[in-house]
Design a binder for this molecule. Structure first.
Ligand SMILES: NC(=O)c1ccc[n+]([C@@H]2O[C@H](COP(=O)([O-])OP(=O)(O)OC[C@H]3O[C@@H](n4cnc5c(N)ncnc54)[C@H](OP(=O)(O)O)[C@@H]3O)[C@@H](O)[C@H]2O)c1
Length: 267
């Protein structure tokens, strides 16, 4: 007997009618997820601290016919995280997917960078993930919802970097650990938690690496020498994996940091 899934494989990627909260939705990855999910019929709650930039994404979502709510906040406190959850619940009655796409880097060598700057990177990357997981996960457990959480790691969670990345590498290593521990803690509830680990894709964070000035060219050349597929990424390169990790197709995949990195971690 042939199962329904094998007769209709695209049903594994059917996310219509789901409700997603996305932090950092003004950024490249957050916007990419928002537009992809809107196109697939997911109802959105988008959060970001930059009103003008978020409003542009909201207009794009609406141009695709998507339903969207906004919260002009970053996940700096538990109240921020709970406000995002509440906005989604008030509008759609449920939240099924959580995408933490907010993040930040400020490079600096340890002997030069202040402790406060290091802490800002840790807070932007790890505290936000923890607070969002706490707010939304608590709701999922109470309501017995088999939610899907997606975080953004990096090859820098696994590899060091010569450019002053104590904050960024340590924060992404913590993302990897959080991915595994939340996945195991919530597995018995059917909740999945996974992360994507990119090398470099075009965004506000990395715009300088795509520039033709001396620093951009030198850094790009160094990165490309380590990427077997021979190019830096665009956000669209990550969307297939993002959809997989948010769709029923990934119901038996949890606790994974999946590298979408042009082969960087293979070499
Ligand atoms: N681009 C890459 O090559 C790359 C590679 C590996 C991993 N990543 C990770 O992917 C995620 C998304 O990044 P992106 O490349 O899409 O960058 P992006 O375009 O700069 O977007 C980052 C988002 O995070 C928010 N943000 C900025 N500073 C923040 C802070 N201090 N606290 C909380 N939120 C802050 C911004 O929103 P508001 O300022 O509007 O609040 C923005 O929407 C990040 O975790 C990043 O580390 C990126």
């Amino acid at each position: 007997m042939i199962s329904d899934t094998l007769k209709n494989p695209l049903s594994m990627f059917d996310v219509r009618g789901k409700s997603a909260v996305i932090t950092g939705a003004s950024g490249a990855f957050g916007r990419g997820c928002a537009l992809m999910l809107a196109s697939l019929g997911v109802d959105l709650t988008l959060a970001s601290g930059s009103k003008a930039e978020l409003d542009e994404v909201v207009a794009e979502v609406k141009s695709l016919g998507g339903k969207v709510q906004v919260v002009y906040r970053r996940p700096d406190t538990l109240e921020d995280a709970e406000a995002m959850l509440k906005t989604g619940l008030d509008a759609y009655g449920k939240v099924d997917q959580l995408i933490v796409a907010s993040g930040y880097n400020k490079a600096g060598f340890i002997h030069e960078q202040s402790y406060e700057e290091w802490q800002n990177v840790m807070d932007a990357n790890v505290r936000g993930e923890y607070l969002m997981a706490k707010a939304v996960g608590t709701y999922w457990l109470a309501q017995k919802i088999k939610g899907k959480m997606l975080m953004m790691s990096s090859v820098r969670g696994r590899h060091g970097n010569i450019s002053g990345y104590t904050g960024y590498c340590a924060s992404k290593g913590a993302t990897d650990a959080l991915t595994r521990v939340l996945a195991t803690e919530w597995a018995k509830h059917g909740i999945t938690v996974n992360s994507i680990g990119p090398t470099v894709f075009r965004s506000k964070l990395t715009a300088w690496m795509y520039s033709d000035d001396e620093l951009g060219q030198a850094t790009r050349a160094r990165s490309l020498s380590r990427i077997p597929l021979g190019r830096l990424a665009e956000v669209e390169d990550l969307m297939g994996m993002a959809l997989y990790l948010l769709a029923p197709a990934s119901d038996f995949c949890t606790g994974q940091v999946i590298y979408v990195d042009g082969g960087f971690t293979a070499g």
